[in-house]
Ligand binder design. Sequence first.
Ligand SMILES: NC(=O)c1ccc[n+]([C@@H]2O[C@H](COP(=O)([O-])OP(=O)(O)OC[C@H]3O[C@@H](n4cnc5c(N)ncnc54)[C@H](OP(=O)(O)O)[C@@H]3O)[C@@H](O)[C@H]2O)c1
Length: 272
Amino acid sequence: MSAGVHTVAVIGAGKIGELMLSGLLRSGWPVDRLLATARRPARAEELTARYGVRVVDNLTAVDEAAVLAVSVKPQDAAALLDEIGPKVPADKLVISLCAGLPTSFFNRRLPEGTPVVRVMTNTPALVDEAMTAISAGAHATGAHLALAEEMFKPLGQTIRVPESQQDAVTALSGSGPAYFYLLVEAMIDAGILLGLPRQVAHELIVQTAIGSAVMLRDSGEHPVKLREAVTSPAGTTISAIRELEKHGVRAALLAALEAARDRARELAAQAD
Ligand SMILES: NC(=O)c1ccc[n+]([C@@H]2O[C@H](COP(=O)([O-])OP(=O)(O)OC[C@H]3O[C@@H](n4cnc5c(N)ncnc54)[C@H](OP(=O)(O)O)[C@@H]3O)[C@@H](O)[C@H]2O)c1
């Protein structure tokens, strides 16, 4: 299997499915090699109008596509697989974007030997800065992983991880953008508290976030080193850091990500 040659069907093209469709199109994947499915007719019309992609029913997608990218909510996955599972020939590649669901969930509902690849991406895919983690299920080969990688590379960075790490990945990078947005929102509020106009606070913090992110990526330095470079003795930064530590920000992050990991497990248990 190689990229661009096979037809990919995005089954349940909601927010994440749409990110995948638009990313594939931006990377030059031919539109006549893409299919999408949706539950509501209005959503189907929207996708066709926006991308020119053919929206079909789930069984037509199974029939026509070589790669089935399942991007429904975890709680909708069992019903979807009740519908399509028995009809999926075992030579199709199933790529799951569903948070929390193990590949075994799919393999139990698909013909014996169907390759399943589990993927966790995130919303910065919209600006080609996604972090996508890819894991092989029991019957997926290196070629299947390579194809999944080719499909997600245009959306940003990809990394291969053992499937046992995927719930942690979900907590870190899947939900990750939300934590940064919350932090930025809180820092803008702090700017307002200090008397800055909202727009000024917004500009200051957004560019600071971008600059810090680029330095983290491009310098290769450990975040502690980068932070120390801004933290002079008896200076302003250390006064702020004392407050962050006093209010348990580090402990809150540890607990928050553990909660996200646990929720991914719970969702998987409920979906089963
Ligand atoms: N959002 C994120 O940041 C994020 C990040 C990483 C992973 N994920 C994972 O990506 C998956 C999708 O999340 P999302 O935020 O994109 O959800 P979403 O916007 O609700 O998209 C799911 C889509 O699937 C459609 N659908 C449900 N059952 C269907 C069926 N039987 N046949 C055809 N279409 C069906 C829904 O249609 P209706 O709109 O008509 O209900 C909806 O459009 C989830 O499993 C989530 O865990 C999400």
